[in-house]
Each structure stands twice: as C-alpha cells, then as structure tokens.
Design a protein around this ligand. Structure first.
Ligand code: AMP
Ligand code: MG
Length: 487
C-alpha cells in the first residue's frame, strides 16, 4: 500500500547551490517531544502550507527540522560580523538552520529557517538551543512590527521541543520557524570578502541582486546599485523604528539584512518615556545601540558593507572608495527625509505644509517629551484627541504646561487631521511589561496572556473596548527594564 506524500510545499536549495562555500549542510537535533505553542495561520497559508497539516505530528516534525521535505538541504549559513565594533570573521548560524526557499502563493521566494535547532559547527561555546520565552518574544514582536507596517522577518511557529535548556535556571526549550525574504546580512558580505575569493563575493552580490533588488542588475555598476538599494532600504527601516520607538538592541553587522527587513529580536524593546539615551540590553554597557544612536549605527554598518563590496565597485581602488563614500552619503539624506515624512504624518500635518514649519514643531515637541519623560506611544495617540478639541488628556502627560500649551497652539494653527493621525499612531505596541508577563506565563505553560497580547498588537491602530491595559504604560513598580541577549 502506498502512503500519500505529506501535504507540504516544495523547498528549493538555491542558497546552498549557488553559494556552497557559505552553506554547511547540517541536520537539526532531534526534538524529544514537539508541542505546538503558536502557529501563524495566515502566514502558513501565504506560504502554501495546509495549516491543519502543520499542526499534525508530521507537520510539527517539519517545524523542528526532524523531517526534511524532498529536495531540501538544511544548511547552517556562514557569515562574519562586527559585534559591538569588533570584527569576528567567522560567526555563522550557531543554533539556526536554513531549511530552504519556498515560492509563496504570490510568487515571492522566501527563506524558511529554524532557530534553536541544535548546535552546528558555528556554535562556538553555545548550546545551540533556545528557550520558549525568547522564541515567543521574537514571535510577538515580529507580529507587532508586521502589523505596524514595518519590514520584518516573520514568525511561522514556535514549537516546544520537550528538551530542557540550561540558562540561569532550567527552562523549556523551543524552536522558532522563521520566514524571511532572505537571511543575507551585511555579515554575509563581510564573510565572502574575508575569504579573499572575489568570485564568491560576486556570486553573493548577484544572488542578493536577483532576490532583493533586481533593478540593480541593469545598472552600469550592479554592485554599487545593490549597495545603494541597501542604503535606501535601511534608511527607511531605521526611520520607521525611530518613529515607533523601537530599540533593536544588538545592531551588529550580522543582524542587519540586505533586504531591509528587521531581523533578530533578541534584546529588543519599545520606548516608553521618550529619551534618546535609552538602552535596554544588559550587554550594551556603552550604549552603542541606544535608541538615539540607531541611525548612526546603521550608517556605520553600511560603511562596513561598502568596504566588503569595494572590489566589485571598481578595479581602481581609489575610485571604488570615492564611489562608496558618495553612495553612503545618501544615507543621512534618505533617513532624514523618511523620518520627517513619518513625523509629519504622526503630527497629522498636511503634505503641502512647508518643512520650515514642520521641522521646528517636531524638534520642539521632542525636547518637551524628553524633558518630561512622556510616554511616546500614549502621547501621539492622545494628541489625536487634541486635534479633535480635547487637549486635556495629552496635556496631563506634561509637567511643563506652559511649554506644552505654547507648542499646542502652534501645532493647531498648522491644521492637523485627527483621522489621519489615528491611522499612523498605534494604540497597542508590545510594551515591555506585557511581553514579560506573557512570556513568563507561557514558560509556566499558560498561553492565554500571550494570545491576548497578540490579539492587541496585531491590530495596533484599532482601539477596542476592554483592552485599556494594553494601551497603558508600565506600572510604576515595573522598574528599570533590562533585556538579555543570546538567550
Ligand atoms: P545574535 O547576536 O543573537 O544574532 O547571535 C550572534 C552569534 O551567536 C550567531 O553566530 C549565533 O548563531 C550565535 N549564538 C547565539 N546564541 C547561541 C547558542 N545558544 N548556541 C550557539 N550559538 C549561538
Ligand atoms: Mg543574529
């Protein structure tokens, strides 16, 4: 009797074939007792999976890498990276595997990868594992980012493995199934460059162009056009982070994508009180990746990408450097334009209004928010009320009432549109205390708080009755928040 093949989707091995030097075939560790914690059904459907099958025992084995569909070659990807400024020539996937690429129902090629699937030869001192809490954090925050319209890798599922993971305490282990338009990073190019193999570097650039920025293939200098496309994508991405108060926390070059998607939700967190010096990560002692430093950190990473690509820009090194410098110059301009346009929208101000009016309004507002440590997300939402005539709720957030009143009068004179503001200023973000509460409960086996939090943050602009606590800042006793990396 023949057994019907599983209703799964074909996986390509394009990265493994085209860039074999950077792809180490490697199996996932056996998960003793896989149990589904959360499945992203719309994403599953988008990828062409039958969601009901993914929930079955065979589906779960796919989601932890213990069965591999025909045609697939799971690989650990090699990459390098500057970690907090120091170059590490060989990082790679220490606890992750690329299962392969899927053509989704829209015809887009997307990576399916696992995180927490066991040690690989890149694991160094690590155990190759991941705990339930941090994998669910990636799930929640990436879902929130997607709902906010911010480019991000996606989370398909988190499956508890039944394995125990040793951290400060013993924790339940999990595997995250991650979907990305690719896992190419700045560090991938640094790795290729460090090998000294210019042919590999060129193949990597061609692969990236074809997957992400196909227009660059027609340019006079395709690698330079690729670089400029990455500069543009990252300028826009980081502006989006800043406008919503997202702090990535570990913007090392191995955590910055070529696609312009946010990747690796390790020690990330959202601002409450507006303060550019805010740092949440316990390991970022120097504040390198503080909220206000993120644009500069992105620009620094892009300079490293340019260095890696130099041999492809021109055979003449001086000319290559001049081209790189000129293209990198575009970052500030594009970042400023994206940020200003976003801030104008948050303030509800008409597009025709002169920048000379908008820019001082934005600058003065940020100074007021910072001085009084005002909650960024609550403020912009309540300011929508002020555009309708009720300024009291927004006003109550300030100590410097005279300062705020003066600003408010000038802002109102500029003609803000309350409806437009409510379309761009979220009510619900994954606030740190709510994320912690949901992850702690899930670690104890109670998924209800996680499900409720997901419900709020996946429709962030749509204010609903009964969800007041998901809109409010942390209670006073939550204290100074710290996040932990690599967990
Ligand atoms: P990250 O900064 O979290 O993106 O990780 C940086 C590097 O550390 C990557 O090469 C990861 O694969 C590796 N890594 C992080 N945690 C572990 C772990 N528990 N076991 C093995 N490798 C890890
Ligand atoms: Mg990483």
């Amino acid at each position: 009797m023949s057994v019907a093949p599983p209703p799964t989707v074909p996986l390509d091995d394009r990265f493994a074939r085209e860039l074999a030097e950077m792809a180490l075939p490697w199996p996932a560790e056996e998960a003793p007792d896989p149990r589904l914690l959360v499945l992203n059904e719309p994403l599953a459907t988008d990828l062409g999976f039958d969601a009901a099958w993914l929930r079955s025992p065979d589906g779960l084995r796919l989601l932890v890498g213990n069965v591999v569909p025909g045609g697939a070659t799971p690989v650990a990807q090699a990459y390098a990276g500057h970690q907090f400024g120091g170059f590490v020539p060989r990082l790679g996937d220490g606890r992750a595997l690329l299962l392969g690429e899927i053509t989704d129902t829209h015809g887009q090629l997307r990576d399916l990868a696992l995180k927490g699937s066991g040690r690989t030869p890149f694991a160094r001192g690590g155990d190759g594992l991941a705990a339930v809490g941090p994998m669910l954090r990636e799930y929640v925050v990436s879902q929130a980012m997607h709902a906010l319209g911010i480019p991000t890798t996606r989370s398909l599922a988190v499956v508890a493995t039944g394995r125990r993971v040793r951290r400060e305490t013993i924790l339940p282990g999990a595997v995250l199934a991650r979907v990305a338009s690719s896992h190419l990073r700045v560090g991938s190019f640094q790795y290729a460059r460090a090998t000294g193999d210019v042919d590999l570097l060129r193949r990597l650039a061609d692969h990236a162009i074809s997957r992400h920025h196909p227009g660059a293939a027609e340019a006079e200098r395709p690698a330079l056009a690729l670089f400029e496309a990455v500069v543009a994508a990252q300028a826009s991405l980081v502006a989006r982070w800043m406008l919503v108060g997202f702090v990535h926390g570990v913007m090392n070059t191995d955590n910055m994508t070529i696609s312009g998607e946010t990747i690796d939700y390790g020690p990330c967190a959202f601002l409450d009180a507006f303060d550019p010096a805010t740092v949440y990560s316990s390991i970022d002692t120097g504040g390198r990746y503080a909220y206000g430093n993120q644009p500069a950190a992105a620009e620094w990473n892009l300079a490293r990408l340019a260095e890696a690509l130099l041999p492809l820009f021109s055979d003449d090194q001086e000319q290559a450097v001049a081209l790189a410098v000129a293209s990198l110059d575009g970052f500030r301009r594009q970042y400023d334009a994206a940020w200003s346009a976003g801030m104008r929208a948050k303030l509800g101000l008409p597009e025709g209004l002169a920048e000379a009016v908008v820019s001082p309004l934005a600058d003065e507002l940020l100074a007021l928010l910072q001085a009084d440590r005002v909650d960024l997300t609550s403020f912009f939402r309540l300011l929508g009320g002020a555009a309708r005539g009720d300024a009291e709720s927004a006003r109550n957030l300030f100590l410097d009432l005279a300062g705020f009143d003066g600003w408010l009068a000038r802002w109102r004179a500029a003609g803000p549109d309350a409806d437009a503001m409510e379309r761009v200023n979220p009510v619900y973000i994954p606030r740190n205390h709510l994320v912690e509460e949901a992850l702690a409960a899930a670690t104890r086996g109670d998924l209800d708080p996680l499900v409720r939090l997901l419900g709020a943050v996946t429709a962030p602009y749509d204010e609903r009755p009964g969800l007041g606590r998901y809109a409010a800042p942390a209670p006073e006793d939550f204290g100074a928040y710290r996040t932990f990396c690599g967990t």
